[in-house]
Write a protein that binds this ligand. Structure first.
Ligand SMILES: CC(C)(COP(=O)(O)OP(=O)(O)OC[C@H]1O[C@@H](n2cnc3c(N)ncnc32)[C@H](O)[C@@H]1OP(=O)(O)O)[C@@H](O)C(=O)NCCC(=O)NCCS
Length: 158
């Protein structure tokens, strides 16, 4: 369990820079999220869509974030990241639980996402909350290395 109490709340303006810094750090891993370096942190901070963003905060540190893009067709598309040192301690679960609640409150009927096929931790997290595989996009993402990665499409009916 986390040492500091974990809080999940909607993002506010002051969160822009730490959100962008976290995003850039996860992009540096070149593993879990589609974006690869370089990330222009300042530009990301300014352009971050706060509406639909939830942050996980431990003490005063942002240790994870989730963005839910609510479509006008009733589904919400999500993306998320947890700081490396904080993984495996329930932060991702707290964010997904809050996102499900957030989506239900707004009357969405479904959550959906795409995840790289090798991303066992993320797939396990989504399955834990009832997401099921709906399809596979073969060699969909071209990486900076030249590799072509498959993406798994997952969905959760609310
Ligand atoms: C995917 C990610 C968000 C998961 O966040 P997390 O805080 O580590 O998740 P949790 O600690 O809540 O773990 C959730 C469940 O996933 C599973 N899990 C966690 N880490 C795992 C791992 N390394 N391998 C397999 N399963 C794992 C466990 O079943 C766990 O549930 P349990 O502890 O109740 O059994 C995090 O690893 C991450 O940010 N990775 C990099 C960015 C990324 O991949 N984002 C998702 C893009 S689709």
């Amino acid at each position: 369990m986390p040492e500091a109490p974990l809080q999940v709340r909607p993002a506010s303006d002051d969160d822009r820079l730490p959100l962008a810094v976290l995003f850039a750090a996860v992009a540096e891993e070149r593993d879990g999220i589609a974006t690869e370096p370089p990330v222009d942190v300042e530009a990301r901070a300014v352009s971050w869509t706060l509406d639909g963003t939830l942050v996980a905060v431990a003490g005063s540190e942002i240790v994870g974030s989730l963005h839910l893009d609510a479509s006008r067709h009733g589904f919400g598309e999500l993306g998320m990241a947890v700081a490396r040192d904080w993984r495996g301690r329930g932060v991702g679960s707290a964010l997904i639980a809050a996102a499900i609640e957030w989506a239900r409150e707004r009357g969405l009927h479904k959550l959906s996402l795409g995840v790289f096929a090798h991303n066992a931790a993320a797939i396990a997290l989504y399955r834990k909350f009832g997401f099921v595989q709906e399809g596979r996009r073969v060699k969909h993402y071209r990486r900076a290395s030249g590799e072509l990665w498959d993406s798994i499409e997952m969905g959760l009916l609310l």
